[in-house]
Design a protein around this ligand. Structure first.
Ligand SMILES: NC(=O)c1ccc[n+]([C@@H]2O[C@H](COP(=O)([O-])OP(=O)(O)OC[C@H]3O[C@@H](n4cnc5c(N)ncnc54)[C@H](O)[C@@H]3O)[C@@H](O)[C@H]2O)c1
Ligand SMILES: O=C(O)C(=O)C[C@]1(C(=O)O)C=C[C@@H](O)C=C1
Length: 269
């Protein structure tokens, strides 16, 4: 179910890049992991990329924003509202304000509160270290003020980079990410927090345990602060935890067969 059933425009990456010719794209947070990756991929696709990062002074923003057609905020959720307000003060009326935050409900509201022009949310569903490749998915969540051509231009940006796009409402996105991203994080976190410090376990470590430990390492070490922020910023995180607790209650009651049958859904042919 999506807000708008319009499918991804049937543009090749080259057509998409051509449709952006003469339109500058400004990345705010261009020295960050995602911002730098988007600048690099945009430049490689032949787009007119600009970048700004802290400190966002008037002297930095005024020339960078002057002819921007699309502005992508690539900064953490914690500073998002403040950065959006600062940047908007310099944008031309026609600019499309967009973001790549991993949650969508709050950032869309925050952008719409400070920008009367078109607003479009996006979430690249991949990280900065994902090998370049075609078809990496991006969710696009059009704001209230976005016209079809505004949303299409944002989609063209990602398609020019070789990504695929699909549309959803911000609410649909956050409900999905609470389950895919935040529950993945919280269940790893709870499990390894529970077992931490239990030295008596070390002689018993098995290959399957080691596989899970390895799979959780980046998320809980390098990316721990980001995932904590995403958990806190998603309005549906707590509901997702309550759903998970229900599954643990089924296990505690001993109905493991029921859980096994349900879980097989992921691997059925
Ligand atoms: N890292 C990922 O895997 C990933 C994937 C998809 C989306 N995202 C989203 O992308 C956004 C950025 O994530 P990241 O991993 O690139 O973060 P990052 O910390 O690597 O980069 C953030 C950038 O924002 C800049 N910044 C910080 N405070 C600022 C401020 N007050 N004013 C202006 N700039 C400021 C920093 O200087 C930095 O360059 C987040 O909203 C995140 O949810 C991240
Ligand atoms: O590439 C990674 O290691 C990531 O963690 C990327 C990842 C994720 O897989 O959850 C992290 C945050 C983004 O919102 C989207 C993707």
């Amino acid at each position: 179910m999506s807000q708008d059933d319009t499918p991804t425009p049937p543009l090749t990456a080259a057509d998409a890049a051509a449709s952006l010719r003469g339109r500058a794209v400004l990345i705010v947070g261009c020295r960050g992991r995602m911002g730098a990756m988007l600048c690099r991929r945009g430049t490689a696709a032949g787009l007119d990329m600009r970048g700004v990062d802290v400190p966002l002074t008037d002297a930095v923003l005024a020339p960078a924003c002057r002819d921007a057609a699309l502005v992508l905020l690539c900064v953490p959720a914690a500073v998002f509202a403040e950065v959006a307000a600062t940047v908007c003060a310099h944008l031309p009326d026609t600019a499309i304000l967009a973001d790549i935050t991993s949650v969508k409900v709050r950032p869309l509201q925050q952008m719409e509160a400070v920008w009367p022009g078109p607003v479009v949310g996006t979430h690249p569903l991949f990280g900065p270290a994902t090998p370049d490749g075609d078809g990496l998915p991006v969710t696009v969540t059009p704001g209230r003020t976005a016209r079809e051509q505004d949303t299409a231009l944002v989609e063209a940006f990602f398609r020019a980079l070789g990504c695929s796009t699909f549309r959803a409402t911000a609410d649909e996105h956050d409900r999905a990410m609470a389950r895919v991203q935040n529950m993945n994080f919280i269940t790893n976190l709870a499990y390894f927090a529970l077992l931490a410090g239990q030295e008596d376990l070390l002689p018993y470590i098995t290959p399957s345990f080691r596989r899970r430990l390895h799979a959780a390492e980046k998320m809980l070490t390098e990316d721990g602060t980001m995932f904590t922020g995403l958990f806190e910023a998603n309005p549906y995180s707590h509901e997702a935890v309550r759903q998970y607790r229900k599954m643990l209650n089924v296990a505690a009651a001993g109905d493991i067969e029921l859980l096994c049958r349900r879980a097989q859904w992921w691997w059925k042919k």
